[in-house]
Design a protein around this ligand. Sequence first.
Ligand code: SF4
Length: 364
Amino acid sequence: MIRDPWEPLAHRPSPHQAVLSSVEVSVTNMCNLRCAHCAVGDQLMGKDPFRLPVETIIDALDQAPDLKTLSLTGGEPMVSREVVEQWVTPLLRYAKDRGLATQVNSNLTLPLERYLPLEGLIDVLHVSWNYRDQRDFEAVSGLRPAAAEKLFRRMLDNMEALSARGWFVSAESMMTPETAAYLGAFNRRLGAQGCRRHEVHPRYPVSWAAALPVLSLEETAAAVERLLDERDPDVWILFGTFPFFPCSPEPSHRALWRRVQMTPNTTIRNDPDGRSRLNVDGMTGRIRVTDFGNPAPLGSILDGVTLPEAFARYQEDLSYKPYRCVCPEAGCLGPNGIVARTYFQDVDFTARRALEPLPAAAGL
Ligand code: SF4
C-alpha cells in the first residue's frame, strides 16, 4: 500500500468534508531557467522586489490546525543562497518540528552543495523532467548549448547523488504532443537515475503554456497506455490531474481508469488544489487556490485573512460547483478547474456517479 500525504482524501474526517491539510508557499519568483512549459513563467523575475518576513508566513501556517504537508515552490527555491537560508530552511525546520511531510520543487540545476544542508528536511524533492537528452533540455529551457550542457549534466549528477544518499526524488513529466511517445523512455531513464517516483500530468493550456497544444482525451489515453506498457515497474507512477473518471459514459475511459488503479506501484492522486491545499505567495501574502493561471486571490495573510478562512471561501465558490462531486466508493473527488475547463466544458459532474468501484488492489 502506497501512502501519499498529499492525497486530499487521506486526511478528511469524512469523504465529503474538505479540510486544509496542505499549503504550498511560493518563496521566490526568481529562476535561472525560462522553460517553455513553465506554469508560472509569466510571474518570473530577475529579482524579487519584496519577500514577506518568514515569521509572517509561519504565523499564517500556525493558524491552520489541520496541516499535514508543506510544499515550497517558486520560481526556483534554491536559486539564491539568501532564499535558501532565510526562507527555505526555516520553513522546512518549522514543518519538521510540526511533523509535516515536506516537498521542495527544484529544477535541480544548482550546485549540489546548495541542496546538502537540507538533508533530512525534505521528504520529496520534486523536479520537472521532459527531456530525452540534452538537446531536448536546451530546446525546453531556452539556454545556449554550452549552458544547457552544463546544467543538464548537473541535474543528472544531482539526481543520482541525492538519490544515492537516500533522498526521495520525484520527477514530473507532462503528457504533450512532444512527449507522448517518450514517456516510457523518460520513466526508465528516471529509474536508472535513482528517482523513486514519476509524476505524470497532461499539460493544460494556462499561463505561459496557454498557446501550447494540448493532447485530446484519446491521445492522452494512448499515451497513458503506452507509458504503462513501457515503464520501469519499480518506479512509482503517480498520475495527477488525470482526466479519466470512473463515471465516464465512455467504457474505454473507465477501463483505462481501472487499468491504472489495478497496476502495481501506480496511483491516481485527486488534485489537491482547493480540495485540501492553498498557495501562499511569499512575495505579496496573497492566498490563491494555485500558484499558476492567475486565479482571483482568496485574501491576503497581510490583511489578517487566515488560511482556513480562505479555504472556506473557496469551498463556496460557485464556479467550482459543477465539478464539486465526491464518489467515496471510487476514491474520486472529480476533476479540478483546469481539467474541467479543458475537457469537460458542459459536463455537470454533480449529476454523475461512479460506475466502477475502486478496485481492491488499488494503491491508496
Ligand atoms: S467524484 Fe465526480 S468525477 Fe469522480 S466518479 Fe464521482 S462524479 Fe465522476
